[in-house]
Design a protein around this ligand. Sequence first.
Ligand code: J2J
Length: 542
Amino acid sequence: ADPLLAGVKPYPAEFAERYIAAGYWAERTLDQILRETAVRRAGHPAVIDRGRRVSYAELVNRIDVSQTALSACGIAQGERVIIHVPNVLEFFDAVYAVISIGAIPVFAVHSHRASELEHLANSSGAVLLLTSRQIPAADPQAIASQLASRLPGLRVMYAEDLYERGLHLACSGWDVPRQGCPRPAHAAAFLQLSGGTTGKPKLIPKTHRDYAYSFERSAQICALGDHTVYLSGIPLAHNFAASSPGYMGVFATGGTVVCALDGSAERVFELIAEHRVTMVAAVPPLAQAWLNSNVKHQYDLSSWKLLQVGGAKLARAVAVRVEQELGCTLQQVFGMAEGLVCYTRLDDDLETIASTQGKPMSDADEVLVLDAQGNPVPEGTPGNLWVRGPYTFRGYYNNPEANAASFTPDGFYGSGDIVVRDARGYLSVVGRTKDVINRGGEKVSPEQIEAVLLRHPAVHDASVIGVPDELLGERTHAYVVPREISPPPRAKTLRAWMRGEHIADHHIPDMITVVESLPTTHIGKISRNTLGSKAAELQGES
Ligand code: J2J
């Protein structure tokens, strides 16, 4: 089978040559990087998940055995496999077994339900869903049967069964491979979901060599090493927790990953104290909850050196409290699954750390800040962010329409963020042009929620906007125009109905208001912009 995935836009040859010559790209695959560390650090704990401590040697063995289970299922190179597993040990079995076999993980977040998974399966052409029995507040059997009726071709397996099944197969004579299948490093390694995608989910292909560069460079910036004990308060499936520097950065440098099933203050503090965690990744609402927690003094947090916060804008007023109140250094991280990641540096002055979102990780990141006409804006002036570089992708998977809208002809990706760049190259995020609601780091597409509401028989029209929220930064507010029936549907009924639609919790609006009409633009389109400012006037039942 061709290890290079059709539908993936390659880097132009001149760029590839340049990145190789400069030493950014190497000929290694993601599983190879883990295996190399495992040789050097065989007995060192790679993953700690509750009572389970798994050394690097054991982790690699689990992956090899899990690979056998996937082969027995007939999973082959280039096929797509959805990973729907929370922050538990089996997440790594699943991800690295799929990668080792040369198949392509497609990362769902574990809050996704049948509706989101169906879209993901359709747009990726996945043949297998690896889900989990450990997803908090989910009924995996129900999800599997809802999917079975809609997508009869999609097989479903539990990540928890991979290793057991593989062991069983090995006992009955199956060969357990002790390495990954050979692939070039310019092959696609996996597909990431773009934040807040509309109708057709936008999938971001990453190659082994560009991703490896991004987490190895990130590991340098964050001073990762043998001593590192890393915990993510956010899903490991998210690009931030995977590569900035994330678990892949930890595995490249021989540290330990501690699994946290959720980001609650109690759980995270307990794990930090018990395992002497040194660095933690969070979105702003989590960081805020930890700062405001009244239990933090009950735990020994002295091992904690670094708190990374990213995914959404961290308020300066919150940022300035971190060092004093949590006893660790703050690092702001502004990144995107599509590529560019900016960090404040560990030795930056406090003002820079509190008030900027950092500077690009690589000297080879080409960042443009442009006005609406495409002209560079002066330093210190807000403009649209465009980027090109050794780990910024060149196109969405199989999606020419999205690509035409997102790239300049010479390959710069427009992130939809409005930023201000200072003389040193540090960026501050001040707004956005894209139609995405950033709900505390979780990217939500208004269109996607509207589409669900419009399926309700009593809904004539719906419009969803983001409104300011103290904790989340933004929350979702749906305005719904009922059909001319009496009595009109109530907000409460609509919400209850949405819960039954098998969608992720973050796709259920935080507020629903039933109104008589929605403001329109001069050509008659619903205007989300005016809706924001008119919201107060729109009387209705919430
Ligand atoms: C303001 N907005 C931010 C920040 C992301 C590291 C960190 C984050 C992500 C991520 C990531 C922000 N301040 N500090 O992939 O590797 C908003 C921007 C951006 C979008 C990308 C990583 N950090 N954002 O959040 O693909 O609008 O990646 O374009 O989920 O989140 O979202 P996503």
